[in-house]
Design a protein around this ligand. Structure first.
Ligand SMILES: CC(C)(COP(=O)(O)OP(=O)(O)OC[C@H]1O[C@@H](n2cnc3c(N)ncnc32)[C@H](O)[C@@H]1OP(=O)(O)O)[C@@H](O)C(=O)NCCC(=O)NCCS
Length: 214
């Protein structure tokens, strides 16, 4: 069972998702349909997203089985988005994958990088992970800014890696290990000392995504 903590920095709180968040998260995802749909994970063979209450039930089940850590982001007391650490693996891999979204109404205030930094630091110090990764579609410039601000290291291109918006999509993968996170990601972010160039993407990979896989 993963114990998901409540973590705070200034106006930003991240805490465990609860079944009763279904209403507000359902409304936010509906209101932000056009903002989110290009980046939303989908299930092959299904065109409809399941109801939010089912999504929450499923991710809480994964948390009970040590596979996920599902957070909501609160900003000034309002739920505004989600961060989920999924694919948790312990032992010789000790890694997890971080995904996130935020309501368009509060985008551009640095909320997501702060939420991710709080959670990545907890992954190392609280959960005992060795590594976390974030995978991003090449077209998602806003999300690519998030990993740059955090100083995450570019690892490479994964072709047709995650089913997003109805098809298998290429992703750029970024990671940070505990050895690279000395002092904490939040401290680096708030001091502006993250090494952004670690997230540089080689031109060869930018070019590769324009070439269809055969
Ligand atoms: C990606 C995302 C989570 C970033 O969250 P955020 O809290 O706005 O993060 P930041 O405030 O650090 O902004 C990141 C970048 O978004 C861009 N941005 C800022 N305001 C924006 C707005 N209103 N609309 C679009 N992009 C905006 C800027 O390029 C910004 O970088 P900058 O601060 O260097 O100018 C958010 O844009 C989002 O939820 N997008 C839709 C879902 C998504 O892409 N999820 C991630 C999948 S990998």
């Amino acid at each position: 069972m993963i114990f998901v903590p409540t973590l705070t920095h200034g106006d930003i709180v991240v805490r465990s998702v609860r079944p009763r968040d279904a209403r507000v998260l359902g409304r936010l995802t509906k209101d932000n349909r056009s903002w989110l749909h290009n980046w939303e994970a989908t299930i092959p063979g299904y065109s409809q997203s399941p109801p939010m209450s089912d999504v929450i039930r499923s991710v809480l089940r994964l948390a009970r089985h040590d596979s996920a850590a599902p957070f909501v982001i609160e900003y000034r007391g309002e739920v505004v988005g989600q961060v989920t650490v999924s694919g948790l693996s312990f032992g010789s891999l000790s890694s997890g994958a971080i995904g996130y979204w935020i309501s368009q109404a509060v985008a551009g205030r640095g909320i997501t990088p702060t939420a991710v930094a709080l959670i990545a630091d907890w992954c190392f110090t609280g959960l005992g992970l060795h590594r976390v990764e974030i995978c991003i579609r090449p077209e998602n410039e806003s999300s690519l800014r998030v990993v740059r601000k955090l100083g995450m290291r570019y690892e490479g291109l994964r072709r047709r890696y995650i089913h997003i918006d109805g098809d298998w999509r290429d992703h750029f993968c970024f990671a940070v290990t505990i050895d690279e996170a000395v002092g904490g990601l939040l401290a680096r972010l708030t001091r502006g000392t993250a090494n952004e160039s670690l997230a540089d993407i080689p031109q060869s990979d930018r070019k590769a995504v324009r070439t269809p896989l055969r």
